[in-house]
Design a protein around this ligand. Structure first.
Ligand code: 5GP
Ligand code: MN
Length: 343
């Protein structure tokens, strides 16, 4: 069962929120459904409670998340570094959602956040949160940060501030981070929260449609190409992986979010215990890891891939070339073969 805030933390959150003039809500780089859903969910709640708040994301939000109510007011640091830095400087309360370390916001946002004298509230479900916040609400058993935002709102007596719009954002965070309610972290509580969100007027079918049924042809073709031409299986290690170079991505007019879920396709192969996805970026290779069972990809990502996440879903990056990263990955999984096979 997931937990709420301690009584002391709940009181402190109330004090900090009521004392703040401007609250800036931030999340991690390459924002996903939970990042955008939890920040906008909280934004709606604070606004309904009569507080001034702004959501600031480090970089571009994928198109399939831009339908969320309130998205028009979201500020994107990479699109306006100066204005965004000023916004952070003006904030007298900073809320960090869906990340466990300030470095997850990227070097520029991290620098600005570290300069601020404003108190932080951290709400997150990743393991080993950095101790930078005055209030840390960490629950590594929660399937999503959005679920935690909901629980906190109820605990603080803000339930009436959860409008249908807030409910849609929160539901989107839960739905995307739980793999549509199928990952092991989903609890009876998750379903209860989803039910309560529906009772608040959310159109769950719309949320699903906006996120999953708005593909462009290019994206489907990229996924088709990746599965048909780029999927590699290492059967003796129960490992499958896909790597895409910048050239390949450009061929299909890649846009952020287009390869979301691809790593899960690799993991879905019968008998595969560990899957990886490599995406060549401008200066680094971005990696995603997924596992079935007990192989801990959070530890694996922290080990050699400058990353982290959860036991069954983690990510990281590497300054190597794609070829080098794949070669190293092959060596690492070969060395961990027994551990992966018995997971
Ligand atoms: P994804 O593979 O979908 O990008 O991310 C899966 C999980 O790993 C998410 O929970 C995400 O927060 C975490 N993650 C992804 N990339 C990184 C990274 O570069 N560093 C860390 N610490 N965590 C990451
Ligand atoms: Mn999350």
């Amino acid at each position: 069962m997931s937990t709420g805030l301690s009584e002391q933390s709940a009181e402190r959150v109330k004090e900090l929120v009521s004392g703040a003039r401007l609250t800036v809500i931030t999340t991690h780089k390459s924002p996903d459904g939970d990042a955008v859903g939890s920040t906008l969910g909280l934004w709606h709640i604070l606004r309904s409670a009569g507080k001034e708040a702004v959501v600031l994301v480090p970089d571009e939000v994928p198109e399939f998340l831009r339908w969320m109510p309130g998205f028009d007011g979201v500020r994107v640091f990479s699109e306006d570094p100066q204005g965004s830095s000023q916004l952070i400087a003006e904030a007298d309360l900073l809320v960090s959602l869906d990340y466990n370390h300030l470095s997850r916001t990227g070097p520029e946002v991290e620098t600005e956040l570290r300069k601020s004298r404003a108190p932080f509230i951290l709400i997150d479900h990743h393991q080993q949160p950095e101790a930078f916040a005055e209030v840390t609400y960490s629950d590594t058993r929660a399937c999503s940060t959005a679920e935690m935002v909901y629980r906190m709102a109820v605990q603080l007596g803000w339930k009436d501030h959860i409008s249908a719009g807030a409910a849609e954002c929160i539901y989107c965070g839960i739905m995307t981070d739980s793999g549509s309610f199928r990952f092991p972290a989903v609890s009876p509580d998750t379903h209860r929260i989803a039910a309560e969100l529906m009772e608040r007027g959310l159109d769950h079918a719309r949320v699903h449609r906006e996120v999953y049924d708005t593909n462009l042809q290019d994206r489907l073709k990229l996924i088709g190409y990746a599965l048909n031409e780029k999927l590699e299986v290492i059967p003796e290690c129960a490992v499958a992986f896909i790597a895409l170079t910048r050239d390949e991505l450009e061929r299909f007019n890649y846009r952020p979010g287009d390869t979301e879920g691809l790593v899960n396709q690799a993991l879905s192969i019968r008998g595969i215990k560990l899957a990886a996805f490599f995406r060549e970026g401008a200066n680094e290779v971005k990696v995603s890891f997924r596992s079935k069972g007990y192989f801990d990809v959070n530890r694996f990502a922290r080990g050699g891939w400058n990353g982290g996440g959860h036991m069954n879903a983690a990510g990281g990056s590497s300054p190597e070339s794609v070829e080098e990263a794949i070669a190293r990955f092959r060596i690492e999984v070969m060395a961990l073969r027994e551990e992966i096979l018995k997971a």
